[in-house]
Write a protein that binds this ligand. Structure first.
Ligand code: PNS
Length: 177
């Protein structure tokens, strides 16, 4: 039987525990899941494409059927290139529904054979979004439990670049010992 390849497109700026929850659920129902980060030159992201990719790769390496990629242009064109037949999107609350429905129907108009599959993340993440995580981190609030520890650390370094410098220095001195 033909294997089902799905893409999970998004900005992932940054990756949250809600995204990871959805990736885990998706990995169970699709043969292959490609987490596809949008390369969008119009937006100024908090994390560069490379940083987002690296965090996603580190956090998804536990699933053998999940890989990370980037794309630009129309999502349906990318889906066709990687031979995906499904698009995974998360719906947290009714407020997501209108936008997601519009996008799914427009994508269906563009590519009738590409199915959008909606999944709900765990309730605990129903109020979680990358935008709120960015805002909280930028204003000095705590994001523990909302994002993986790796992302939490990268957010701290982003807000206080001196921390990154200290880490590099520590690892360099560590090597000399
Ligand atoms: O995580 P996001 O930012 O809500 O993801 C939005 C994304 C990347 C899925 C959407 O913006 C997208 O698919 N962009 C690619 C361009 C495209 O295909 N636009 C037409 C959508 S109907």
């Amino acid at each position: 039987m033909k294997k089902v390849i799905a893409i999970y497109p998004g900005s992932f700026d940054p990756l949250t525990n809600g995204h990871l929850d959805l990736i885990e659920r998706g990995s169970k129902i699709f043969d292959e899941l490609i987490v596809a980060i949008l390369r969008n030159s119009e937006k100024t992201p908090l994390f560069s494409l490379g940083e987002r990719r690296q965090m996603l790769e580190a956090m998804t390496e536990r699933w053998n059927n999940v890989r990370v990629d980037t794309f630009e242009g129309l999502m349906v064109d990318y889906a066709m290139r990687v031979e995906a037949t499904a698009v995974l999107r998360g719906i947290r609350a009714i407020s997501d529904y209108e936008y997601e429905l519009q996008m799914a129907l427009m994508n269906r108009k563009l590519a009738p054979n590409l199915e959008t599959v909606f999944m709900m993340p765990a309730e605990a993440y129903s109020y979680l979004s990358s935008r709120l995580v960015r805002e909280i981190a930028q204003l000095g609030g705590a994001v523990s439990g909302l994002v993986p520890e790796l992302v939490e650390q990268r957010l701290r370094e982003k807000m206080d670049p001196a921390l990154k410098f200290q880490k590099v220095r520590k690892s360099r001195t560590g090597k000399k010992q």
